[in-house]
Write a protein that binds this ligand. Structure first.
Ligand code: SF4
Length: 375
């Protein structure tokens, strides 16, 4: 079962920390939609022989699209690809877009999962991040979505924001709990190069993030999830038992996916390709019937590292049998050797034939992952 990702590259304003490709202008929206419909058709072969179980509208801010615009995209996908009846269709939405009329419209399109970018319920955090919505809108949109009949709702929260002390972080988590939602994605604030946040911190115009605060609040998050019966199924993702994001879980399991739209990535298990990250270039190329992408065939080494990087972050961990089957006995032996010290130090644990991050290991996931890479 494959997945389809659609990158909708428009936002009302740029958040200070964001390094996703998007533009804060809707002037090229109509051109983009025309090009996207054309790309849906042109990429048909990429998923030939596959059924599609998940569709994901990400961005950018897909909730800026109208019901008609979303419907025409979904209809075109159904017309072109073999979509399963029980398809999970997720839309990333920002709270300021989710007024009652809009939520009903979304429901009409067949979208059955909302991923809402809340980030924090405190106005000062939203201000620090340069989010466009208010704390009140953050509260209201969740209730409204539930009232409109959406049950599969995830929210995003960010911890490690300067000014978000542990008490406030716990309050954000308690507010999440009060809505009884099935899914939470929570990220430590990262200062990405060349973002407005990085520039302003460098110029001492904004307070820097503190790694100790991030680590402490990640511990609080893990304890919160445990105390509330949630599955910590990927480093940044938590859910009520079994309520995984099917789309993202497929990424972590190395399944095939097609990415459509500027900057979107696709993966067919042997190679990956990525579209140009520019709306104008994207449109111009598609108007001449060419999908503007670059591609890279993965070497065995890259495939191995990719498998380690994706699976170690999940609660299912790295499967020794998978390494045996796909990379051979020598690789299993080498990998086992590489894990010995990390198991002794308590960062990894072995359960049956799986290698998993321990709670402590989850705090150092990136460093541990690179220790297990082959080069
Ligand atoms: S709304 Fe999302 S994609 Fe747009 S700037 Fe903010 S974080 Fe980035």
């Amino acid at each position: 079962m494959a997945g389809i990702y659609l990158h909708i590259p428009f936002c009302k304003q740029k958040c200070h920390y964001c390094n996703f490709y998007s533009i804060a202008s809707l002037s090229s929206k109509d051109d983009f939609l025309k090009a996207l419909i054309s790309e849906i058709q042109l990429q048909k072969k990429y998923l030939s022989g596959e059924t599609t179980g998940t569709i994901y509208f990400g961005g950018g801010t897909p909730s800026l699209l109208s019901q008609d615009e979303l419907q025409s995209i979904i209809d075109k996908l159904h017309e072109t690809y073999d979509i399963e009846d029980e398809v999970e269709i997720t839309l990333e939405a920002n709270p300021d877009d989710l007024h009652s009329g809009k939520i009903k419209e979304l429901k009409n399109t067949g979208i059955n999962r909302l991923s809402i970018g809340i980030q924090s319920f405190f106005p000062e955090d939203l201000h620090y991040l340069n989010r466009v919505h208010s704390d009140q809108q953050a509260m209201d949109c969740i209730k409204r979505s539930q009232d409109a009949g959406f049950t599969n709702i995830s929210i995003d929260l960010i911890y490690g924001i300067p000014g978000l002390n542990d008490e406030k972080w716990l309050q954000n988590l308690a507010t999440f709990r009060s809505f009884n939602l099935p899914h939470l994605s929570a990220y430590g604030l990262t200062v990405e190069p060349k973002t407005p946040l990085e520039v302003m911190i460098r110029k001492n115009r904004m307070q820097d993030v503190d790694d100790n605060q991030i680590a402490g609040q990640f511990r609080i998050l893990m304890e919160f999830a445990e105390n509330n019966g949630m599955e910590h199924y990927e480093i940044s993702n938590f859910c009520q038992p079994g309520q995984y994001s099917q789309h993202n879980t497929n990424y972590w399991f190395g399944k095939k996916y097609l990415g459509l739209g500027p900057s979107a990535h696709s993966f067919d298990t042997q190679s990956r390709q990525w579209n140009v990250a520019g709306v104008r270039k994207y449109c111009d190329s598609l108007y001449s019937g060419i999908v503007p992408f670059e591609t890279e065939t993965l070497s065995d080494e890259q495939k191995f590292n990719e498998y380690v990087m994706l699976s170690i972050r999940t609660m299912w961990g790295i499967q020794l049998d998978y390494i045996q089957k796909n990379f051979g006995s020598m690789q299993v032996d080498q990998f086992k050797k590489a894990t010995l010290k990390l198991i002794r130090e308590g960062y990894l644990k072995k359960e049956n034939k799986s290698i998993l991050l321990s709670k402590e290991g989850k705090l150092f996931a990136d460093r541990i992952t690179s220790d297990l890479f082959i080069s």
